[in-house]
Design a protein around this ligand. Structure first.
Ligand SMILES: Cc1cc2nc3c(=O)[nH]c(=O)nc-3n(C[C@H](O)[C@H](O)[C@H](O)COP(=O)(O)OP(=O)(O)OC[C@H]3O[C@@H](n4cnc5c(N)ncnc54)[C@H](O)[C@@H]3O)c2cc1C
Length: 411
């Protein structure tokens, strides 16, 4: 019998499976598709360690009407999805109470504060370690007034342990000469890091997993199996039953299907995000760039490529993408960096698996023994993948238990 079945080979499932295998367990990773081919393939490649503030902030309710009215705004809600979204939105608004925000911020800071150590321990010197770039990031602003308006948020992040520094225009020009006027006001985030290509990075981890004796099968899981009170394996869509000592569900935004099957409530919604990848943009950046006001980031890829990514669209996970959301990022990036070569440009949409209180769900099921969930990573799936795997490895191998505040029992 397999020690652990991991359902879902996105970056969270792969990083978890790899660390369990490295701890000596027999691990079978299952995915209905190819490894790392879903949301984890097209993200913005950042280890976003400064994102310690939850998405729901005090006063968020006042912003909802604006999200409804501008379908191309940085955060948009599709009207047709609104009735189904209401329970999630209600929890989102509840999470924006000041007392909740400060508790959630502390939890996020606890997780994000250990990310660089967990990634370093996971990667060591072997591939894909070479594409982990610890260059830091610049959060840029078009004028001093907008930087000043955002300073209270940076001060709050600082109180939670994030290192940051406001930069004057001369320093910004030195740190990232590619930035055009007026984008010369910035906050430097030295502990931020990124990978050249999140798909190749996740695939590199997957290759490490199989080289270490981990097993993978490209099969869809139809259901969890087991007598009352426990899970003892999974049944595949083909009908085949597979037995395991433990099952970990890392199926991204689709994890709620397995949860429902065992009576577990997981408030998961898709925060859909878009990218525009310019493989020959013709610009080599020295820093990862964040445009907070317009809600997108710029990832320096290998060989002068750039990926523009971000925005949030609350819509059904199965609705057709609106690629205008990708293409509007081009004008915004060109305003910051000047003309970019669009040869070979591609647009992409992915489903961020998001819970209303931003903190991911990691830990044992409330209703079944031997069943675990690791999902709801939202904007931070790549960032927190190594940490999630380390937490579950320690929990399952009798080291430290996963902190209860992260468990699905909180819903
Ligand atoms: C535009 C955009 C930019 C982003 N930028 C960043 C960033 O810079 N940094 C960051 O940290 N995060 C970022 N994210 C978020 C990040 O991509 C996600 O949080 C992360 O990919 C989630 O990983 P996952 O492994 O949980 O899910 P997924 O990658 O979605 O993987 C889940 C897997 O489960 C499989 N699966 C589902 N159901 C079944 C089943 N029944 N049987 C078998 N397999 C199943 C699916 O096929 C899929 O492969 C971004 C997201 C978007 C959309």
């Amino acid at each position: 019998m397999t020690d652990v079945i991991v359902v879902g080979a996105g970056v969270v499932g792969i990083a978890t499976a790899l660390q369990l295998r490295q701890a000596g367990l027999d691990v079978l990773l299952l995915d209905s598709g190819a490894p790392a081919a879903g949301t984890s393939s097209g993200n913005a490649g950042a280890f976003a360690v400064s994102e310690v503030l939850p998405l729901a902030e005090p006063g968020v309710l006042r912003k909802v009407p604006g999200w409804m009215l501008d379908p191309l705004g940085p955060l948009a809600v599709r009207w047709r999805h609104l009735p189904g979204l209401l329970p999630w939105l209600a929890r989102f608004v509840a999470a924006s109470r000041p007392s909740r925000v400060s508790a959630l911020s502390r939890q996020l800071a606890g997780l994000l504060g250990r990310v660089n150590g967990d990634v370093a321990a996971l990667l060591g010197d072997a591939p894909p370690a070479g594409m982990w770039r610890r260059w830091g990031a610049l959060a840029v602003y078009p004028d001093e007034a907008s930087l000043r308006r955002d300073l209270p948020r940076w001060e709050e992040r600082g109180r939670l342990g994030v290192r940051w520094e406001a930069c004057d225009p001369r320093r910004v020009e030195r740190e990232e000469p590619a930035l055009r006027m007026p984008w010369r006001h910035a906050v430097a985030i030295p502990d931020w890091s990124h990978v050249d290509d999140p798909y190749l990075f996740s695939l590199g981890l997957f290759e490490r997993f199989t080289a270490a004796g981990g097993r993978f099968r490209q099969e869809a899981v139809a259901e969890l199996t087991g007598p009352d009170g426990a899970v003892d394996g999974v049944r595949l869509a083909s009908g085949e039953a597979l037995r395991a000592g433990n099952v970990i569900v890392t199926a991204g935004v689709w994890s709620d299907r397995q949860a429902r099957q065992v009576g577990q409530r997981l408030p998961l919604e898709s925060e859909r995000g878009y990218n525009l990848t310019l493989p020959k943009a013709g610009l080599t950046l020295r820093r990862y760039l964040l445009n907070a006001a317009e809600s997108f980031v710029i990832l320096p890829m290998a060989n002068g490529g750039l990926r523009l990514a971000g925005t949030v669209e609350l819509a059904s996970r199965d609705a057709a993408p609106d690629f205008r959301r990708s293409h509007i990022l081009l004008d915004k990036a060109q305003a910051m960096l000047g003309p970019l070569d669009t040869t070979g440009m591609t647009a992409w949409m992915g489903n961020r698996p998001s819970v209303p209180d931003t903190v991911p769900v990691i830990g044992p099921s409330a209703s079944r023994r031997n069943l675990y969930f690791a999902t709801g990573h939202g904007h931070l799936g790549l960032t927190l993948a190594a940490t999630t795997g380390a937490l579950l490895r320690d929990h399952l191998t009798g080291g430290a238990p996963v902190p209860e505040a992260l468990w699905p029992t909180r819903y």
